[in-house]
Design a protein around this ligand. Structure first.
Ligand SMILES: *[C@@H]1O[C@H](CO)[C@@H](O)[C@H](O)[C@H]1NC(C)=O
Ligand SMILES: *[C@@H]1O[C@H](CO)[C@@H](O)[C@H](O)[C@H]1NC(C)=O
Ligand SMILES: *[C@@H]1O[C@H](CO)[C@@H](O)[C@H](O)[C@H]1NC(C)=O
Ligand SMILES: *[C@@H]1O[C@H](CO)[C@@H](O)[C@H](O)[C@H]1NC(C)=O
Ligand SMILES: *[C@@H]1O[C@H](CO)[C@@H](O)[C@H](O)[C@H]1NC(C)=O
Ligand SMILES: *[C@@H]1O[C@H](CO)[C@@H](O)[C@H](O)[C@H]1NC(C)=O
Ligand SMILES: *[C@@H]1O[C@H](CO)[C@@H](O)[C@H](O)[C@H]1NC(C)=O
Ligand SMILES: *[C@@H]1O[C@H](CO)[C@@H](O)[C@H](O)[C@H]1NC(C)=O
Length: 466
């Protein structure tokens, strides 16, 4: 490839800037020429697929991908044999494999990285991530195509903001291409979708919540992948997704990052929250192994369009993501045009709210569906849980899972108290767009073994804590 041609001017310019004592002899000009290298192609995709709930024939196949099941759950074990063997004392404990190179690490012995799945765990996880990239690609384009410029302006979003959403859609093309290339020919293809939104405010809220599912869904499995090289590329795409999530919060007038740590969730939680918004997938679509838990409705889910977001009843457009409904918010209750700086929620880099979206001690009311319902692409997955009746609300915050008992449990409804706890002193744990689960046990789990909770999960929802 012919990369650069330097002209005399460029050489002079180089000299001129490399030393302050040499006078600039000519105006700086762009004198470097670079032939564009051929870029690898994008994965085939359409910008906006058809929309709406699935109304086609019964699916040709149902249920999650399955194989022999060895046990109902994975038994808990003590730490592995080497867990405490490294002294962690700041000294070196092995010869250096090369200058300035400490011994140890994975994928550091010189073997060429291959960027290929090494296990079912890898394949199913990356395939899930690809389903996520596909829906985001469609969602970002769909919003721009569905709502008028005026609709966006009315929500405080400008032409520049709309372009940012468009650029995010283009990023998704890249992410989908990357994951598809690593998975190979049977990688899941783009589907059609349905979104629980009917105006720009609801759309932005759904985008903010969907990108939370994508970001946290990847953090939960990334360090468990067999293929470290695959994890590396995934990391470099999910860090872009994390920025998208924060930008949608800013578009919604929320505090951009009210937590010190972002949550990482097991794959089945991500699939549970993602699948309801997928209408149908092409024939022979590669299916997933992950569980679809029943829906949990947070009946007083905080509504970020309100000045007093916590003073709310039944203002979501459905379960699962529990996305806001703006339908019943009167003008004087809406924070968008509120004159008080600390009550205003117009799109901004950051907004401080006098009245927080949620608070410790808040009574939070739930309703939940029974398992056994058809959901996801072509209604071909079936919601399932091993739990007979939920007993706890599990508040999955930054690094911790805290349980509060369900009260007044009757006919699929109950309430629980929002706990008062901090991750570390000074960081109230329950904040941001986080996870609320119903479980039958208050099992002690930490970020790297969160999936041990799965057999005890009844249902999964997003809670808009701040
Ligand atoms: C899902 O629906 C699409 C469109 O009708 C169809 O092509 C596909 O075969 C269906 N898939 C299943 C699993 O039924
Ligand atoms: C180097 O590490 C890889 C795993 O990253 C392993 O598959 C390979 O066998 C190792 N090679 C040698 C020579 O130890
Ligand atoms: C699905 O795959 C089978 C076997 O590979 C093939 O016969 C069939 O035509 C495929 N159907 C679609 C809709 O692609
Ligand atoms: C919430 O509102 C929906 C319709 O907006 C209604 O069907 C449902 O019964 C309400 N649920 C409760 C618990 O008030
Ligand atoms: C923003 O909120 C924090 C925490 O609630 C408070 O300490 C701070 O004074 C507020 N700042 C402004 C400028 O309102
Ligand atoms: C969440 O964080 C925001 C921003 O720091 C703060 O104003 C709010 O009070 C916090 N909410 C809770 C429940 O701690
Ligand atoms: C939250 O998790 C961190 C990291 O595992 C731990 O150090 C801390 O004690 C936990 N906080 C609470 C309140 O359980
Ligand atoms: C999860 O890991 C923690 C240690 O970080 C351990 O104490 C706990 O027992 C584990 N939970 C399960 C269910 O294995």
């Amino acid at each position: 490839m012919r990369a650069f041609r330097l002209t005399a001017g460029a050489v002079l310019l180089f000299f001129a800037t490399s030393s302050t004592s040499v006078p600039v002899v000519s105006d700086p000009t762009t004198t470097l020429f670079s032939a564009e290298a051929t870029a690898p192609p994008q994965v085939p995709h359409t910008d906006v697929t058809s929309h709406g709930p699935y109304d086609g024939p019964p699916p040709t196949t149902t249920g999650a991908l399955s194989a022999d099941v060895l046990a109902p759950s994975i038994p808990a074990l003590p730490p592995g044999p080497d867990a405490y063997s490294y002294p962690s004392d700041g000294q070196l404990h092995g010869a250096k494999p090369a200058p300035y190179t400490p011994s140890g690490g994975l994928g550091t012995n010189g073997s060429a990285p291959v960027y290929r799945m090494l296990s079912d765990f890898d394949y199913e996880s990356i395939a899930l991530a690809l389903y996520q990239e596909w829906i985001e690609l469609d969602l970002f384009h769909w919003g721009l195509a569905t709502f008028s410029d005026q609709d966006f302006e009315n929500a405080g979003l400008t032409t520049q903001d709309r372009y940012l959403i468009q650029f995010m859609a283009e990023q998704e093309v890249g992410h989908a291409t990357l994951l598809r290339n690593m998975l190979g020919a049977q990688a899941p293809k783009q589907c059609t979708y349905n979104y629980p939104v009917s105006n720009v405010r609801e759309y932005i809220d759904f985008c903010q919540k969907l990108t939370r599912i994508g970001e946290s869904g990847v953090y939960g499995f990334m360090n468990h992948l067999n293929a470290r090289d695959v994890g590396q590329l995934l990391l470099q795409s999910i860090s872009t997704e994390a920025r998208q999530q924060m930008i949608f919060r800013q578009f919604e007038g929320l505090f951009p990052m009210p937590v010190w740590f972002e949550i990482g969730t097991p794959q089945s939680w991500a699939w549970t929250l993602l699948a309801p918004y997928i209408s149908s997938c092409p024939g022979n679509q590669t299916r997933l192994i992950w569980q679809n838990y029943p829906s949990v409705y947070i009946l007083n889910q905080p509504n970020p369009t309100r000045v007093n977001s916590a003073n709310v009843w039944n203002e979501t457009t459905g379960g699962y993501t529990n996305t806001l409904s703006a339908a019943d918010v009167k003008e004087d209750e809406d924070c968008l045009h509120n004159k008080e700086v600390s009550s205003n929620c117009a799109p901004a880099i950051t907004n401080n709210r006098t009245i927080p979206l949620s608070y410790p001690g808040r009574q939070v009311f739930f309703q939940w569906d029974n398992p056994g319902q058809a959901i996801g692409p072509n209604n071909s997955y079936i919601t399932d849980t091993a739990v007979k009746e939920p007993v706890f609300a599990a508040w999955v915050s930054q690094l911790n899972v805290t349980y509060t008992p369900l009260q007044d449990v009757q006919s699929n409804t109950a309430w629980a108290v929002q706990p008062d706890m901090s991750t570390y002193a000074g960081d109230p744990a329950v904040n941001g767009t986080m996870y609320l689960l119903l479980t039958d046990e208050d099992l002690y789990v930490t970020p790297f073994n969160l999936s041990m909770l799965n057999p005890h999960v009844y249902g999964v929802a997003l809670y808009q804590a701040g």
